[in-house]
Write a protein that binds this ligand. Structure first.
Ligand code: PLP
Length: 395
């Protein structure tokens, strides 16, 4: 076989892609072992039947041909109106490109602003695909570390230093954050905005969890003074509407950038199926009530988790305000996140993600997805805490 490109063979930088434990859990399940699955951000409800009916009706109505590539005018208008409502930033369909999910938006945004070899900054810990996606787009990913003592929030000074040292063309941030659940405070975002302006780079703001807010307020940095001209916001209906399998998301940015991103879609994805776009429009037309309903189980389970964790000392909870995860400090056990997650899976058949899957700064942490029914979730968290207590005592 002729060789494969460096681009694809170096995508995971020679290491694991962070999903080893997830695949191990899947193998155990295939072998018939009952594993409590708390790894990935997949709801325990399916897409609302009314959305599926809208999808079916659109397909039966003939929306099965090639679709309009930047998105249908109706869907782009609806997304633009939603962004305007939530942020106060005047937004029209010309600011919106519809993409096959947030992941495709992440890739397109970096393809759109990074030339081959340009440095693209991102914050560590991070969503597992970030470094690979940046490499796939031809950029050189550069992690800016954060500290657990500061709830893993980015320090604008550290970002400025990294930007100066590398000449970075972009910074990728994520609020509410996966894996930590942090909602970036206004002061952090203002600091990052000042650095973006001073160092003249793009801010790429991944806001796919913007409907999962448990405490505080989500602020989109595009709404900060002057930032609409240098911010690309990534959105998705995966988390907000339990539509993970439908692959529908978007980029919101300056008109002239979006017009160019259209060219990229023509030459890569060729758009999103019309019946999926029509279903997405229907879902968005249901307004925030449906979004609140999809988010509610996670709000409930987070409250449950806070109660359970308050009654023990072995496991710490990183202060968080949003998203469907808990980020747990298990350093008292003396184990790495990977060691802890593997032992928990082997001995108790509970699968959680090792912190290391999300970057070097998250060693000694594990991420728990709050994605199973309340009672089983509480039981699993009790078992996790008892296991941590036992290991910490023996350490
Ligand atoms: N960004 C973050 C932070 C995520 O956690 C995810 C998925 O888990 C995505 C982007 C991609 O989501 P999707 O491609 O399903 O929209």
């Amino acid at each position: 076989m002729p060789g494969l490109s460096k681009r694809i063979t170096t995508l995971n930088a020679g290491g694991s892609d962070g999903w080893d434990l997830f695949y191990k859990a899947k193998r155990m399940i295939a072998e018939g072992i009952a594993v409590t699955e708390l790894t990935i951000g997949e709801h325990d409800i399916r897409t609302d039947p009314a959305i599926l009916e809208a999808m079916h009706a659109a397909a039966m109505d003939g929306h099965t041909g090639y679709s309009l590539i930047p998105g249908t005018p109706a869907l782009r208008d609806r997304i633009a109106a939603r962004v305007t409502e939530r942020t106060g930033v005047p937004t029209t369909r010309d600011n919106v490109l519809v993409t096959p999910g947030g992941q495709a938006a992440l890739f397109a945004a970096h393809m759109g602003v990074c030339d081959p070899g340009d440095t693209a900054l991102f914050i560590d810990p991070h969503y597992a695909t970030y470094p690979g996606t940046l490499r796939a787009a031809g950029a050189v990913p550069h992690a800016v570390a954060t500290r657990p003592e500061r709830a893993f929030l980015p320090d604008p000074e550290d970002v400025a230093a990294a930007a100066r040292a590398t000449g970075a063309v972009s910074l990728l941030i994520n609020t509410p954050n996966n894996p930590t659940g942090a909602i970036y405070p206004r002061a952090t975002l203002e600091g990052l905005a000042r650095v973006a302006e001073a160092e003249d780079f793009w801010l790429i703001s991944d806001e796919v969890y913007d409907t999962q807010i448990w405490e505080g307020r989500h602020l989109s940095p595009r709404a900060l003074p002057g930032m609409a001209a240098r911010t690309l916001v990534l959105g998705s209906m995966s988390k907000s509407h339990a539509m993970t399998g439908s692959r529908i998301g978007w980029i919101v940015g300056p008109e002239s950038a979006i017009a160019r991103f259209h060219d990229l879609s023509v030459n890569t994805t060729y758009g999103v199926p019309g019946y999926i776009q029509d279903a997405a429009l229907f879902a968005l037309e249901q307004g925030s009530a449906l979004e609140a309903c999809v988010a509610e189980p996670f709000r409930r389970r987070r409250a449950l988790a806070q109660e359970i964790l308050a009654r023990q000392n072995a496991v710490g909870l990183i202060p968080s305000g949003g998203a469907m995860y808990l980020f747990l400090d298990i350093r008292s056990t003396g184990l790495s996140g990977e060691g802890f997650a593997n032992a928990l899976l082997d001995h108790h058949h509970i699968a959680v993600m090792p912190g290391e899957s999300f970057g070097a700064t998250a060693a000694g942490f594990v991420r728990v997805a709050m994605t199973i029914p309340d009672e089983r979730f509480a039981e699993a968290l009790h078992s996790l805490c008892r296991f941590a207590e036992g290991v910490a005592r023996a350490a």
